[in-house]
Design a protein around this ligand. Structure first.
Ligand code: TXA
Ligand code: MG
Length: 318
């Protein structure tokens, strides 16, 4: 069931979480499927509902630095600088975990991903629950992440007793993940907090967005994927005219030469990539529902948030 995220609904959702049930809730990145992170049985339900492999660790959401300190050790130095600069916000920090977090959350790793989201509903929910909340994106494993309550309901509706509706997500791509598991910080997943920003704040940072498992199951080559095959192109001229009749074209801004496609989707009127990011997953879902033979997606420059957009498009097409 979808509930408007009123103060009363948040209190009810918190009591569901406290007794071990799941609640889907909005964050500024994507919707999460939450469980009490200290309750291994509740967390196991997340894996069952998402059909998520047990080797893929979850992110733990907190509402304060103090609660983050109960989840991880070592929130100091460069990690603390990032937290102070970007929390609340779309940044996940991977740090050594504390004993309060059960193995199932971290897939047995000695580290845990922790994030303080900016969305007021997410923070109010964590505060009302008074526990850290483990939450992956609220989609079946491998599919496109949800950026609205309706997206969650469409795929997991029967399995989730409560979906809090806090409107469409302001960012629309999953959080940037930075790991402090090794001597040098490493970017594990690109997102709205860009590599360029991280480099200017940290100096050196390794880029491990394509590292092998288990550092990063969101780094699986095929992930965030529609069922329709997706091909990346540099220019619409690459698509022969007879291939267009059963294909959709996805691009950041309108351009010329798109005649013949069954569907043409420009994510923005002017190519603003921050806006394109907010629309990307919803557009992929809508196009995926139409049964086209193929989606052609026009590449964007891999700078700033363009890096995260290209990361998701590449995995969608793998
Ligand atoms: O924006 C987000 O991060 C959203 C919202 C709900 O907060 N959550 C999200 O969770 O995208 P999920 O489970 O779909 O992706 C979490 C990613 C996975 O790729 C996982 O492997 C990685 O975080 N991760 C979690 N804990 C980790 C750890 N200890 N070491 C390395 N990677 C970790
Ligand atoms: Mg996910």
């Amino acid at each position: 069931m979808i509930y408007q995220a009123t103060a009363a609904a948040i209190v009810d959702a918190a009591s569901l979480l406290r007794r071990g049930d799941l609640v889907a809730f909005p964050t500024e990145t994507v919707y999460g499927l939450g469980a009490d992170a200290t309750n291994a049985t509740a967390v196991a339900t997340i894996f069952a509902v998402k059909q998520r492999p047990a080797f893929d660790p979850l992110i733990v959401h907190v509402d304060s630095l103090a609660r983050a300190d109960n989840v991880v050790r070592g929130l100091q130095g460069a990690a603390l600088r990032l937290a102070e600069r970007y929390w609340p916000g779309p940044l996940t920090l991977v740090l050594p975990r504390r004993g309060e977090i059960p193995d199932i959350v971290t897939a047995g790793l000695a580290t845990v991903g922790v994030r303080l989201p900016a969305h007021p509903t997410a923070r109010a929910l964590i505060a009302a629950t008074d526990r850290p909340i483990a939450a992956p994106s609220a989609n079946p494993f491998g599919y496109i992440s949800p950026t609205s309550a309706a997206h969650v309901a469409a795929q997991l509706g029967d399995a989730v007793p409560c979906i809090l509706d806090g409107g469409p997500c302001a960012i629309g791509l999953e959080s940037t993940i930075v790991s402090f598991a090794a001597a040098r910080p490493a970017l594990l997943r690109s997102g709205a907090i860009t590599l360029e920003e991280l480099q200017s704040l940290l100096g050196a940072i390794d880029v491990a967005t394509d590292a092998p498992l288990p550092t990063a199951p969101g780094q699986l080559p095929r992930h965030y994927a529609p069922r329709t095959p997706l091909t990346l192109i540099d220019s619409v001229d690459e698509v022969a005219f007879d291939a267009r009749a059963h294909a959709a074209l996805l691009m950041a801004a309108p351009q010329a030469g798109t005649a013949g496609f069954a569907h043409v989707e420009a994510l923005t009127p002017d190519g603003d990539l921050l806006v394109a990011a907010t629309r990307l997953f919803a557009a992929l879902r809508e196009i995926d529902a139409c049964g086209f033979a193929r989606i052609y997606a026009v590449r964007v420059p891999e700078r700033g948030i363009g890096r995260a957009i290209m990361d998701r498009l590449r995995r969608a097409g793998a």
